[in-house]
Design a protein around this ligand. Structure first.
Ligand code: SF4
Length: 452
């Protein structure tokens, strides 16, 4: 008599934090698939619940503890259920997590995902399992991430960071910088193209400092750009001083690398940039912006800004405001400084700016950037832009949502039903400081998606 086949084990993963973590969740699922695990969106049928966490902000850690306490109740119905914490918080807090939440069975850092099948196999039988070893050689070559839905396929081309900005925890939680081999990057790019993805995003903490033996980031971009079927290649997040002239020329030349660059300035004050250990001055940043705009007159540039860094004077803050006016970024992610335990700043640079001042500076700078973004977006009125369709808009389901080549969010109406992943032309009638609004151009070709 044949034995009934056991049903596959199910894993439920909740992801917190940045795109690197979202991409790591795909990697974790790929790693667990080798042990027969299938992904589920139902907590009540999960054999394994993982929280893939972030450590950049303290609030994120508090949220994870709160959520873990809620998830614990699923052990009542399933005593064999394993609950684990992966990612940066696991690396940052290590065994402290087990003191705070003793019902956690598994704590696994970002360089131990290859061992997850074995670690999960050992978990739940006695003491909790902790594996937070950093491994400066681990790039997860050979593990195929289990791709989630969406219009862009992510490829992690670099792990870790060597920059050690004084406010940042990442070099401590993700270890030293290392590049994935071009062979592996190309393998994944072909895999994604065959699945029907038209857009790839190359991911790394300082993605443009990528190096693997003699291959630099410009070389890698050029190679990936030749993969048939890939129409757009994005990359995030680059670091200002790693934009070589060669890289700028390569981005400008390659037709399937859109003219859109993220360039995190952080502060317009040289004194604060030095305290942050960013490695560039405002003048060096200015030269870079000029080079990018000279090579790509329509380039869209976004940035990151931190206000209220320790000892930031009114004069320093005004320098940041002036930089925003001067560089006229298309958009900006703006934050008030918050001290992160374990960083250089938390040990050596006291958090001297009051919360009220930080808040007031943040409000001011957000208002300023809203106006600037509004002016930048308004330049698109009357133009036709190429849009990669994401699907019906969540807020206005009678409209479609997609991204223009320069990554601007675009809402548009269409008389036809459009599949996710389709590329269309949209005439822009109106704009806000965050979106373009338009209509489908009917006589332009529609490139139908082979939806992943
Ligand atoms: S470049 Fe600086 S801010 Fe970015 S991950 Fe590295 S240390 Fe953090």
């Amino acid at each position: 008599m044949t034995q009934p086949t056991p049903s596959p084990k199910k894993v439920f993963i909740e992801t917190y934090g940045c795109q690197m973590n979202i991409s790591d969740t795909e990697l974790i699922l790929g790693s667990l698939a080798t042990a027969g695990y299938q992904s589920t969106t139902r907590l009540d049928e999960a054999d394994l619940i993982l929280m893939n966490t972030c450590a950049v902000r303290e609030k994120a850690e508090e949220r994870v503890y709160g959520r873990a306490a809620q998830l614990r109740r699923f052990k009542n119905g399933n005593p064999d259920l394993i609950i684990g914490i992966t990612g940066c918080m696991a690396e940052h807090l290590k065994e402290k997590i087990l003191d705070e939440a003793p019902y956690i069975d598994l704590v696994v850092g970002p360089d131990a995902y290859r061992r997850l099948p074995e670690l999960v196999g050992r978990a739940g039988h006695g003491d909790p399992i902790l594996d937070v070893r950093l491994d400066k050689g681990e790039t997860y070559e050979g593990i195929s991430p289990t791709r989630s839905e969406g219009v862009t396929g992510w490829i992690t081309i670099q792990r870790g960071c060597d920059k050690f900005c004084t406010f940042c925890i990442v070099p401590y939680t993700r270890g030293r910088e290392r590049g994935t081999s071009p062979r592996e990057v190309l393998r994944q790019a072909h895999e994604l193209a065959e699945m029907g993805f038209k857009e790839l995003t190359l991911l790394g903490q300082t993605v443009n400092s990528y190096r693997y033996e003699e291959v630099d980031f410009a070389d890698l971009l050029r190679t990936v750009a030749q993969v048939p079927g890939i129409e757009r290649i994005r990359f995030t997040s680059p670091y200002p001083i790693d934009f070589s002239d060669k890289l700028i020329a390569t981005i400008a030349e390659l037709p399937n690398v859109p003219d859109a660059v993220h360039l995190p300035l952080q502060s317009g004050s040289d004194r604060i940039l030095t305290e942050m250990r960013r490695g560039y001055t405002l003048e060096e940043f200015r030269v870079l912006v000029h080079k990018l705009r000279a090579a790509m007159p329509e380039v869209s540039i976004s940035t990151d800004i931190i206000v209220g860094f320790p000892d930031e004077t009114e004069e320093d803050f005004r320098a940041t405001c002036a930089a925003l006016e001067e560089f006229a970024f298309d958009s900006a992610f703006m934050f008030a400084y918050s001290e992160r335990e374990g960083t250089y700043a938390s040990k050596k640079i006291p958090d001297s700016i009051s919360e009220a001042t930080k808040k007031q500076r943040l409000i001011e700078i957000i208002a300023m950037q809203e106006r600037i973004s509004g002016e930048r977006f308004a330049r698109q009125r009357g133009r036709t832009v190429e849009v990669l369709v994401d699907g019906p808009s969540r807020r206005a389901p009678e409209q479609y949502f997609g991204r223009a080549r320069d990554f601007k969010a675009t809402l548009f109406s269409s008389p036809h039903e459009l599949k996710q992943g389709t590329i269309v032309q949209v005439l822009v009638h109106n704009t806000s400081s965050h979106s373009l609004f338009g209509t489908l151009v009917l006589d332009a070709p529609i490139e139908t998606a082979a939806c992943p």
